[in-house]
Write a protein that binds this ligand. Structure first.
Ligand code: UD1
Length: 332
């Protein structure tokens, strides 16, 4: 298939591009480089053997996006372009709503005009808010107790896409709800280089291991979990990327929803221990107060993705830590 990847220069997009090319698809990338660098495109080529065509473009630019569609006539779109920093979304809600919703609205308009009928959307476990049940399944309650504007824009995007599919019986929409993506490409060439202080746990642990941060701040050890620290479902970014390849093939008319996770909960202290094993020495940490908006536990049932897509995770948290550490050591 010819697949257009929005946000394809980002950490998840670059891994998705590699897996798509490996599966024989033709890939075009649009990205405005607001949180990525153009050199990633060449690295995708180094890893995958084929360099995708790249357009520096804001997906809200309808004329620009139309021109890309006219040139490549994609069979499917994987829509990853969007803003994703939780703290920033609290400070800049209008920017988050504008970018995260208007990219999708523009994309759906152009797809309809150009006769493209398949879209896979990058959603998040954040749509489940405070989980009512664990493990989370695709029918678990969504939309209640989402603690920040970023999360609410993900939920709103899901509703927008469901409404679009409701109005167009030919449109196929797949919503992929990512749990906590971690790790990097085993080649050491693709990964995440956070701007400023990392918000998420594994990048912070990586920078602590590298001596860029003094110690990891563990946000609370009084949750009702295995060791009192927060539990999440950390999924290796290469496994996550393969989930997208499985999803495009299955994006038939209608709405399809899948959790992409391992199904296993890992605590903050367990993740620090796994990273310490990868590095070969203990990583210093300190227990501090809980972070506002955090939940105790979040992990999924990946059974539906396994049954319907034939996809399941293959890589462990230890492999994610080893790959993250390899990337961190080569990080420029
Ligand atoms: C966060 C976002 C979520 C988003 C996801 C993207 C919040 C409330 N949620 O999820 O909407 O989709 O990132 O990956 O921000 N932790 C520490 N010390 C740190 C950082 C984190 O102890 O320096 C703990 C947290 O309390 C949590 C776990 O590590 O228990 C994971 O945190 P994080 O990586 O930020 O992800 P989430 O909060 O699950």
């Amino acid at each position: 298939m010819r697949v257009l990847l929005t946000g394809g220069a980002g950490v998840i997009g670059s891994h998705v591009a590699v897996e798509l090319i490996g599966a024989g698809h033709q890939v075009e990338i649009v990205d405005d480089l607001s949180n990525s660098v153009e050199s990633v495109i060449g690295r995708i080529g180094q890893v995958a053997g084929v360099t995708p065509t790249f357009y520096k473009l804001d997906v809200r630019d309808e004329a620009g996006l139309t021109a890309v569609f006219e040139e490549h006539r994609p069979d499917a779109v994987i829509h990853l372009a969007g803003l994703k920093a939780v703290g920033e979304s609290v400070a800049q809600p209008l920017r988050y709503w504008d970018v995260n919703l208007n990219t999708t609205i523009t994309l759906l308009r152009v797809m309809a005009a150009q006769g493209c009928h398949r879209v896979v959307f990058s959603s998040s476990a954040t749509v489940y808010g405070t989980p009512e049940e664990l493990p989370l399944t695709e029918t678990s309650l969504t939309g209640v107790g989402i603690s920040n504007p970023y999360g609410r824009t993900k939920y709103a995007n899901e509703q927008l896409l469901v409404d679009a599919a409701g109005a167009d019986p030919g449109l196929g929409v797949t919503l992929l709800r990512y749990f906590n993506p971690v790790g990097a490409h085993p080649s050491g060439l693709l990964g995440e280089t956070p701007q400023g202080v990392p918000n998420n746990l594994m990048p912070y642990v990586a920078q602590t291991a590298a001596g860029k941060r003094a110690k990891v701040m563990v946000f609370g050890d009084d949750y009702d979990t295995v060791d009192g620290t927060g539990v999440r479902d950390y999924i290796h970014v290469v496994d996550l990327a393969k989930g997208h390849v499985a999803a495009i093939a299955a994006t038939n008319p209608g709405v399809h929803i899948f959790n992409l996770g391992t199904g296993q909960g890992v605590s903050v202290l367990q993740l620090i221990a796994a990273y310490s094993r990868a590095v070969g020495r203990d990583i210093p940490y300190e227990i501090v107060a809980r972070r506002a908006g955090d939940i105790a536990e979040c992990y999924c049932s990946p059974a539906k993705a396994k049954a319907d897509l034939g996809w399941q995770t293959e890589l462990t948290i230890d492999q994610a830590c080893a790959d993250s550490w390899r990337y961190e050591q080569g990080a420029r």
